[in-house]
Design a protein around this ligand. Sequence first.
Ligand SMILES: Nc1ncnc2c1ncn2[C@@H]1O[C@H](COP(=O)(O)OP(=O)(O)OP(=O)(O)O)[C@@H](O)[C@H]1O
Ligand SMILES: [Mg+2]
Length: 349
Amino acid sequence: MNMKIAFVGKGGSGKTTLSSLFVRHLTAAGAPVVAIDADINQHLGAALGLDEADAAALPALGERLPLIKDYLRGANPRIASAAEMIKTTPPGRGSRLLRVVEKNPVYDACARPVELDGGAVRLMVTGPFTDSDLGVACYHSKTGAVELFLNHLVDGPDEYVVVDMTAGSDSFASGMFTRFDITFLVAEPTRKGVSVYRQYAEYARDFGIALKVVGNKVQGQDDLDFLRAEIGDDLLETVAHSDWVRAMEKGRPPRFGLLEDVNRRALDRLRRAADQTYASRDWERYTRQMTHFHLKNAHSWGNERTGADLAAQIDPGFVLGEDHGVPSAAGSARTACGLAADSASMPTV
Ligand SMILES: Nc1ncnc2c1ncn2[C@@H]1O[C@H](COP(=O)(O)OP(=O)(O)OP(=O)(O)O)[C@@H](O)[C@H]1O
Ligand SMILES: [Mg+2]
């Protein structure tokens, strides 16, 4: 199953830790994974075992937006130039779509393989945030490249994209929070942890977001009772303090096979919850929400910034879906919905 999964939550709650454990869990099971660090504090590389020098050398998505836009725009006649493409510009006929497993110029420029026990994961990072990145609907938003990536992605069977991100206003204004099959909100058993959940749930409700809470650093019955009482049915799983994580933090990562059983079971529950959302995936709604947020951003700042009428970028006859960009068994490209053959012929590796 193809799944887009976000980890959100309050600063320090354990988003990066749980994202990295989940990525390791999927990779160990043989699933192809793209991991994306879109968090304010860029720590996913380190949590996946990169040393400081390797983590610092990762290419920043935020600095490669022109390349990403030019590639995705492809031959889409509605998008006149990369400069007129904003983070919410949706794909249409002629756009190039992306797959989790393939070779393409975006991965070449922006992704790096990270070897884990049992396989390698593709890691992409937004790059460090600055103060101006934290405003609403900012033109220079660091997460813009991630949104474009997600909006052009047709993910295939048993593939996963895992995004470590903040629960910030930026992702609400742009619609990024609607791009996932499931969102795991990491909450410590504290009032603050729970209040971030309540805020998120309010946004989520209007957009049909599948939101589940993963309690973290849960010690004993009192913590569990607190989370159950405050969160109710949205509480999916709880994770206790992990000595495995602590050893990794000390720079001595044990084999992933040595992760505590109870935490492995928790990760498995997360995977099953993610996989279960597949049945309710709705590409039409997904495309509609892209359009909704694109229009919102176009009106509030995009038109003025680019000097173009960005509403005209919407291709009314286009619905993103798994029929697009999927090379057939014979290797020839499908051209469903009039997609240019060129955009559908990316080789899979
Ligand atoms: N279950 C756990 N067991 C042991 N240590 C944990 C656990 N969860 C998180 N930690 C530790 O808590 C600290 C914060 O976790 P982490 O960096 O994952 O949080 P975050 O939400 O990504 O924070 P930030 O907002 O700073 O990005 C880290 O030192 C991490 O190792
Ligand atoms: Mg983090």
